[in-house]
Ligand binder design. Structure first.
Ligand code: NMX
Ligand code: MLT
Length: 435
């Protein structure tokens, strides 16, 4: 059975489960919304549904019910590798079942058949100013790929609603196959003079990415697998997933929708924090001419806060513990680069910054998030161009948002259109509540 057949086989049960829930219990109240939440970025408002991942504030992410250590130990791995096949993770997200090695390889093989980037997309990238931000290049290239959307042509020809998910799957496999190639191409175009490598038949998704980046170190293949898996999904409410879902809810195809998601990933409160974290560490390194002592670093953190800025890589909209995706990368660093200077600073930051944030008394979670250490790992392997890091986040995030988009279409999730109110209306609601 192909992946498409396997999803098709699951659909009847899922469709009737959702139908039954909405029909029989549609008026059951899930939660209330306060004025603070309406003004406060909808934090904590329960208004989205996904079965692909869930973030518990006190535990962190579970992918299809599995914690990160479970995912890393249970997913099949390439021979001799420590980190699993990315294709296996995609299978898990798409189907909710632990893949066999054969299943993981089926996804990896699908990707190998679909990786090619049309020449006009490469030309679009080459036409951009040489100092364009890599996220501008990445998002533009994905928009350009929209030209080949199977969903859009099938829709134009006329297709039944019940079939929407099929071309969505087709486009998603095409898109996810091309992303590491595109990312490496952007990297080489932007920083390495323009030549690029095409993927090798005998390498998996992660190892091929390392190869195309020109990083000749097996540790970087392991890191690439780990990173794409960790960043793949973080339930539906984070900005990039939500933006992708919102755009896709209009029945725009995955290229338009994911480009929208990437555009929100490019903000410093979200994915761009990956580059900002490393920039912050490097600034500390430069200021103190190496690894600062604790007092110097504490003062450096306070200087950042007193300048009205955030400390990148710390805090979270949902998590109230250190991000387990941070912990997984931290363990990787302990094994592969324990003596690295920047890792020493990152460790020191982890010791000092949470208390500084607690003393400042604003951040609800003073602990490190996923972005606080990713750059340190990239830098160690020679990928020192930190403007590029959010592109890597985007390659990983595509796995989760495309899996979600396929299921959203399969289950007929409608156009997203919440209701807004005016301030006067909220004032009236507040006055009524006080009576
Ligand atoms: N440094 C300084 N101040 C912070 C930080 C931080 N790392 N985290 C939160 N705060 C402040 C925040 O700006 C807000 O201030 P104000 O009342 O003046 O508006 C206050 O603490 C309360 O914010 P929270 O409710 O704790 O956090 P919120 O849910 O609004 O925002 C983040 C979450 C992640 C945007 C926020 O913690 C932050 O700005 N962190 C630094 C940027 C970052 O690392 N982003 C990446 C997040 C992960 N990702 O990949 O997306
Ligand atoms: C993410 O991975 O999307 C970030 O941690 C942000 C979030 O979940 O809000």
């Amino acid at each position: 059975m192909t992946i498409k057949d396997k999803i098709a086989a699951k659909l009847p049960e899922w469709r009737s489960r959702v139908e039954k829930l909405v029909e029989e219990s549609g008026d059951v109240v899930v939660g209330n919304v306060s004025i603070a939440q309406v003004y406060g970025g909808m934090r904590g408002v329960k208004s989205l549904v996904t079965d692909i991942s869930y973030v518990d504030p006190n535990e962190g992410i579970r992918f299809r019910g599995l914690t990160i250590p479970e995912v890393l130990s249970k997913l099949p791995k390439p021979e001799g590798a420590e980190m699993p096949y990315v294709g296996g993770l995609y299978y898990l997200l798409l189907l909710g079942e632990m893949p066999t090695t054969e299943d993981a390889l089926e996804v990896e093989d699908e990707w190998k058949r679909r990786w090619e980037i049309p020449q006009f997309v490469i030309d679009v990238l080459r036409a951009m100013p040489h100092d364009a931000h890599p996220m501008l290049l990445f998002s533009s290239a994905i928009l350009a790929l929209q030209h080949g959307s199977v969903f859009t042509s099938r829709y134009r020809e006329g297709m039944s609603k019940s079939e929407y998910w099929e071309p969505m799957l087709e486009d998603s496999l095409d898109l996810t196959a091309k992303l590491p190639v595109l990312a490496a191409l952007i990297y080489r175009l932007r920083y390495k003079g323009g030549g690029y490598f095409t993927p090798k038949e005998d390498l998996d998704y992660g190892a091929n990415f390392a190869y195309m980046m020109g990083v000749d170190d097996p540790g970087y293949s392991e890191l690439s697998r780990l990173y794409f898996i960790l960043l793949s999904d973080h339930e539906s409410g984070n900005a990039s997933s939500h933006a992708t879902h919102l755009a896709a809810s209009t029945l725009s195809d995955i290229y338009f929708a994911f480009s929208a998601g990437l555009n929100s990933l490019a903000g410093p409160l979200h994915g761009l924090a990956t580059q900002e974290s490393l920039r912050w560490l490097l600034a500390a390194h430069e200021k103190f001419n190496g690894v600062p002592d604790k007092d110097e670093l504490r003062q450096f953190a306070w200087d950042t806060l007193n300048a009205g800025q955030v400390i990148p890589g710390y805090g979270h909209g949902v998590l109230r513990i250190p991000d387990p995706r941070y912990t997984a990368q931290y363990k990787f660093a302990l094994k592969y680069l324990p003596d690295d200077d920047l890792f020493q600073i990152a460790q020191l930051v982890q010791e000092i910054v949470p208390q500084v944030l607690i003393d400042q008394g604003k951040a609800k979670n003073p602990a490190p998030n996923v972005d606080s250490i990713s750059g340190t790992l990239q830098y160690y392997y020679g990928v020192g161009e930190f403007d590029f890091y959010t592109v890597l986040f985007g390659v990983g995030r595509a796995l989760g948002v495309t899996a979600n988009a396929i299921w959203a279409r399969a289950l007929g999730q409608p156009l997203e259109r919440p209701k807004s109110l005016t301030t006067a209306m909220l004032e009236a609601i507040a006055a009524e509540a006080k009576k």
